[in-house]
Write a protein that binds this ligand. Structure first.
Ligand code: NAP
Length: 393
């Protein structure tokens, strides 16, 4: 099969957009040229000649020569406008925008079907890791039991620096931003929202379940305190921000984003810095492990490049599992092993919420409880206004 010639209209020339430009220069074998680039700020200095740029999205969307729109901007609402217009005009689209994809998953699916054009977004999940295409093509739905991973490079970088190198949280976040790993709005990363958007996409491709992002529970790393770090250090564990989706024995699925104490024997223990790691578990193959850089210009651009190349051969996601999985439900009816850090006066009342308690500890003003708690109770007790944090054990 010969590869189609692709004329690209590129939106965004920031960390990933410029990364893609550089990567394309180094892959002359790929029959893909950037015809025009649309950006936002008229007074910004650019790395390449100004004649390459426009500030009007219609210059790209109305150009009949452009058959692929690559959307790499940092504004999810504007991105949805661009991507939906492009699909309606019959242009194939590549995007790295997990927030936009997670928030509009069903609409984007319908647009692809109605207009018969593909939307690929490998870079939106774990940047350089080829996880979506593997879930889509390789894993048969009946065999896949769970998917668990570190899916946000920026928070993993912050956790690695604060834990191993004793950098302050603020200094580590600044470093992540300076290196181009962080989202423009840092709470998307640190609050676990970016991981939640990726979990939504993973759920759809792993199990064929389309969740609304707000139906998925997330706690980020911004609540982690000194007591949890001390607990981890004393026990030889690391704290990682985990996104997890799994099938229960009754066929329902559960999913969440939570910080987790990770044991040295866990494959995710050694996934540090900006790396992401995903462990899949299937009935017959048991565990499989994907690891790679989860953010940054060239690693992210490599996944965008792979999608562009796949479009040259008319690749599209089939979404087979979505068709097969009508009636699948998401449940909170599970028990989790956790550590709950709390303020001292709340200790006794919180103990009562646990199904079973392993350990409890109090110091001057705070303490922790470890044990089993129902996911529903955990969600009810997670309160932004209370000095409380949950970490999975
Ligand atoms: N950075 C990473 O490591 C990473 C990894 C995976 C996925 N992603 C995703 O990739 C996308 C881009 O991230 P980034 O880090 O490259 O962002 P970035 O460095 O902040 O660059 C954003 C670019 O978008 C342009 N832009 C914003 N609004 C626009 C609009 N309405 N029309 C046209 N251009 C617009 C900006 O234009 P100006 O240049 O004029 O300001 C800028 O060039 C995001 O969806 C992000 O979630 C990033």
């Amino acid at each position: 099969m010969s590869q189609k010639k692709l004329k690209i209209g590129l939106f965004g020339f920031g960390c990933v957009g410029f990364g893609l430009y550089e990567v394309l220069q180094k892959t002359p074998g790929l029959k893909a040229d950037i015809r025009k680039i649309c950006v936002k700020n008229t007074d910004k200095e650019r790395e390449i000649d100004p004649s390459n740029f426009t500030f009007d999205k219609n210059d790209l969307l109305n150009d009949d020569e452009i058959n692929v729109i690559v959307e790499l901007i940092d504004d999810a609402d504007a991105a949805f406008e661009i991507v939906s217009s492009a699909l309606k005009k019959g242009k194939a689209v590549v995007s790295a925008n997990k927030k936009m994809i997670a928030e509009h998953f069903t609409e984007l699916l319908e647009l692809q079907r109605e207009y018969g054009v593909p939307l690929l977004y490998e870079a939106a999940c774990c940047a350089s890791l080829p996880i979506i295409r593997n879930l889509e093509e390789y894993y048969d739905n009946d065999l896949l039991e769970s998917i668990e991973g570190i899916v946000n490079g920026s928070t993993n970088y912050i956790l690695t620096k604060t834990f191993a190198e004793n950098l302050s949280y603020e200094a580590a976040l600044l470093e992540a931003q300076q290196k181009g790993f962080a989202e423009s709005n840092p709470i998307l990363d640190t609050g676990g929202f970016d991981a939640k958007y990726k979990l939504q996409i993973l759920l759809a491709h792993a199990f064929g379940f389309i969740a609304k992002p707000e139906a998925l529970f997330n706690i980020g790393i911004d609540r982690i305190g000194k007591l949890e770090l001390k607990y981890a250090k004393e026990k030889g564990l690391k704290i990682k921000l985990i996104a997890k989706a799994f099938k229960n024995t009754d066929g329902t699925v559960s999913a969440f984003v939570l910080p987790k104490f990770v044991h040295p024997e866990n494959r995710l223990f050694s996934v540090d810095d900006v790396f992401n790691g995903v462990v899949t578990k299937t009935s017959f193959a048991d565990e499989q492990f994907f690891v790679g850089k989860g953010a940054g210009a060239h690693p992210t651009a490599s996944a965008v490049l792979s999608d562009i190349s796949a479009l040259g051969y008319d690749y599209k996601y089939e979404y087979k599992k979505i068709g097969q999985q009508q009636g699948l439900t998401l449940t909170d009816n599970i028990e989790l092993d956790v550590l709950l850090r709390h303020e001292k006066p709340a200790a006794e009342a919180l103990r009562q919420e646990f199904t079973s308690v392993n350990e409890s500890y109090l110091n001057g003003e705070s303490g922790y409880i470890t044990g089993k708690i129902s996911f529903g109770k955990l969600k009810a007790l997670h309160n932004e206004n209370e000095e409380r944090s949950f970490v999975l054990i």
